[in-house]
Write a protein that binds this ligand. Structure first.
Ligand code: CO
Length: 167
């Protein structure tokens, strides 16, 4: 088990687009395990490659928080095929500690991704899993949840964001 350092707002890797994963090897499995450990230790529900300074298109989500029968899983080269509806939900991010805000996103998403063996899966997610998937996918494109806020919301959070960036 290894817990990786999580980079915070202000680090340039959070603003970069992660690259497609092409090698489904032991190293990828090890990375996924370490990311799951890191997410758990930090009590997160999701964690993307960019957040541990690995610019590869992989994220992990802990579905156990939603459904006890499900384990934490890795999603490789994920994408959203379509979204439906619109719902407001509060979000936070391990890279922006202490900041939470309401974000509007599609309620249901049909997604496609590969597992650690490179097999392609397609499924429909809704509620919290849909939310986390969208938040994590944004990370792989260099987008943060604060980018979705209204100018007023953003202005209110600005002092907090500034102090994280300066730390
Ligand atoms: Co995040």
């Amino acid at each position: 088990m290894a817990v990786l350092p999580i980079i915070k707002l202000g680090h340039p890797s959070l603003r970069k687009r992660a690259l497609e994963v092409t090698r489904f090897d032991d190293e990828l499995v090890r990375l996924a395990r370490n990311m799951i450990d890191t997410m758990r230790v930090n009590e997160g529900i999701g964690l993307a490659g960019n957040q541990v300074n690995v610019l590869q298109r992989i994220f992990v989500i802990d579905f156990q928080l939603v459904d006890e029968t499900q384990e934490a899983r890795a999603f490789v080269n994920p994408r959203i095929l379509r979204g439906e509806g619109s719902v407001k939900m509060e979000e936070g991010c391990l890279s922006i500690p202490g900041v939470r805000a309401d974000v509007v996103r599609p309620e249901t998403v049909e997604v496609e991704y590969q597992d650690l063996e490179g097999r392609t899966h397609r499924e429909v997610l809704t509620e919290l899993p849909a939310r986390v998937f969208q938040h994590e996918l944004d990370h792989l494109d260099g987008i943060l949840f604060i980018d979705h806020l209204s100018p007023v919301q953003r202005k209110l959070l600005e002092p907090q964001l500034k102090s994280i960036q300066e730390a």
